[in-house]
Design a protein around this ligand. Sequence first.
Ligand code: GDP
Length: 426
Amino acid sequence: MAGTAIVGANWGDEGKGKITDAFAAKCSVVVRYQGGANAGHTIINEFGKFALHMLPSGVFHPHVTNIIGQGVALDISKLLSELDELAGRGVPDPALRISLRAQVVLPYHKWFDELEERRLGEHAFGSTKAGIAPFYSDKYLKLGIQVADLFNIELLRAKLAHSLVSKNVLLEHLYGQPSLCPDSIADELIQLGERIKSYVCDTTMFLQEANRRGEEILLEGQLGALRDPDNGIYPYSTSSSTLAGFAAVGAGIPPYAIKRIVAVTKAYSSCVGAGPFVDEIFGEEADELRRLGGDAGEYGATTGRPRRMGWFDAVATRYGCMLQGATEIALTNLDVLGYRDTIPVCVAYELNGIQTQEFPAAEELNQAKPVYMELQGWKEDISGVRCFEDLPELARQYVLTLEELIGVPIKWISYGPRREQLMEKM
Ligand code: GDP
């Protein structure tokens, strides 16, 4: 029995939600340990199609306890609307627990996110405006509100009043906006707190005990390795660590409880938002891949923004898997490539006239050019194939080539968006 982290090897949107939903059938706990409502996990199963932003991807399995850990940016309104949506679409009430140490995304975090992106103009980061950067800034400024604070009304009012002193100066003098009243925000939060009270507990104790009992725990990452603030494409990174190493922190379990790390990567590349994307493709080539990719084209699950497209990037993926400490890979969207005669794969970057297989840092990344190798396409629909041996020879070769380039075993192949379209490669 083990803790298993399911994490992104790239820029996010790799298909982690689908893999978590499928793996959850065989585990008892699914934990979200970082990030917030700024990214969506798409899941297609017997209940229909869902884009989960706040809820862990185990919510479709009645036997699974779903945990929102203390590393998460908890958007309570979003969480409640997702719970309502599930109920309205016939999903049995999920078992949910929320860490009393998790911090709450406040209305002004979203407002500051919006105002700052507007102020930055052409230098904006492409934020989803879910309040994530202002939320984590407040956390590290020690101005955050923990879930437990929602049930201590006097303390909550005092904390908000303290926090708004500096925020109101910014609102008035930097952004030219009216100042905010702590009491009306407190009233709203108290009401939201009442609505989640029955889910709130010490999830660290719950997880520590589940781990001691040897239960199977899934830790579900948000976004991907290249968005990690310390190791990724800073400043086009997110605000919390996207790495499996952080799962122990954001969930509250021992690092050595995580035995398996499944890095999810697509059979091609996609990326939402601004920042360097070395093997990006454009024009008709990109439009075609975007149209045919994912379950209904490659458009952001949160924003609906068209994703930027590229071919499989072995340099970025090898780096991402290394950061994650991947013990195995789940390769998704292999079915999408069935339309190509040949498929380019980025095997190196060229930097100042020299080829490298290492992922460059900072400004050098903007100068890097992709070096491609062309593989033969299989030109077949593989969405009905059940095992690796039954895949067309050229599709198998494609998978084995990626495996060799990344240097980590590809153990899972997803060949369609539905839960059951997943094979184990022995
Ligand atoms: P996540 O945030 O990592 O869970 O990824 P997203 O849900 O944002 O994006 C993954 C997209 O790929 C979604 O549209 C999924 O429905 C889709 N998807 C996942 N696996 C497969 C697959 O094997 N084939 C196809 N065609 N689509 C897939």
